[in-house]
Design a protein around this ligand. Structure first.
Ligand SMILES: [Fe+2]
Ligand SMILES: [Fe+2]
Length: 214
C-alpha cells in the first residue's frame, strides 16, 4: 500500500512538471515561428476540434498514468501500458497539429492533468475491473465524440480536411479497440459498474464541452 501511495504521489508530481513544460511549449513566440497555410479553412471549427482533441488525449494519457501507478506491476500492467503507448502517439499528433494550425491549448490543461490522474488511480484502486470500467466509459465517450467530429468535417468539406479526417478516424478506431479491451478484461464486473460508467461519462461530456470553449 505504501509503495502504491508513493507511486501515485510520484505520478502526480511528474504530471505537474510535464504540464508546465507543455504550457511553455505553446508560448506566443512559438506560434509566430510556424508557417502553416491557413487559406480557405474554417478556423473556428478547426480551433475547437484540435483544442478539445488535444485536451482529451492529454487527459487520456493522465488516466493511464494513474492506472499504471496503481496496477503497473500486476497482470494487467502490460495491456494498460500498450493502450497508454497509443495515447502517447495520439497526443503527439495533436501537439503537432496545434503548432501547424496555431491553436492554443485549453486553459484547463493543469486541471485535466490532476483530474485525469486521480480518475485513473482512483478507478484502479477499485481493482483491475474498476480500471477497465473507467477505460470502457472514457473510450466510449471519446469514440462518440470523434464520430461527431467526423460528421462535422464531412459536412464542411471532406477533401479540404482529408488529412485531419484520416487522423481522427484512425484514432477513433484505436479508442474503440481500447473500449473492447476493457470489456474483455472484466470491466462489467467492477463494483457499481453502471453507476461508475455513467458518472465518468457525465464527467467526459463536461470536459469536452469546456475544452472546446476555453
Ligand atoms: Fe486517444
Ligand atoms: Fe484510448
Amino acid at each position: 500500500m505504501a509503495v502504491t501511495a508513493a507511486l501515485i504521489w510520484k505520478g502526480l508530481l511528474r504530471g505537474a512538471r510535464g504540464c508546465w513544460t507543455l504550457q511553455s511549449m505553446y508560448s506566443p513566440c512559438r506560434f509566430c515561428s510556424t508557417g502553416a497555410t491557413m487559406k480557405n479553412i474554417n478556423k473556428p471549427v478547426l480551433d475547437r476540434i484540435i483544442r478539445v482533441d488535444h485536451a482529451g488525449e492529454y487527459g487520456a494519457n493522465r488516466i493511464y498514468a494513474g492506472q499504471m501507478a496503481v496496477l503497473g506491476r500486476t497482470s494487467v500492467g502490460p495491456i494498460i501500458q500498450q493502450m497508454w503507448n497509443q495515447e502517447k502517439d495520439h497526443l503527439k499528433k495533436f501537439k503537432e497539429l496545434m503548432i501547424l494550425y496555431r491553436v492554443r491549448p485549453t486553459v484547463l490543461l493543469p486541471f485535466w492533468n490532476v483530474a485525469g490522474f486521480v480518475l485513473g488511480a482512483g478507478s484502479a484502486l477499485l481493482g483491475k475491473e474498476g480500471a477497465m470500467a473507467c477505460t470502457v466509459a472514457v473510450e466510449e465517450s471519446i469514440s462518440e465524440h470523434y464520430n461527431n467530429q467526423i460528421r462535422t468535417l464531412m459536412e464542411e468539406d471532406p477533401d479540404k480536411y482529408r488529412e485531419l479526417l484520416e487522423t481522427i478516424k484512425k484514432f477513433r478506431d484505436e479508442e474503440l479497440e481500447h473500449h473492447d479491451i476493457g470489456l474483455d478484461h472484466d470491466a462489467e464486473l467492477a463494483p457499481a459498474y453502471l453507476f461508475l460508467k455513467n458518472g465518468i461519462q457525465i464527467g467526459c461530456k463536461a470536459a469536452i464541452f469546456l475544452s472546446e470553449r476555453i
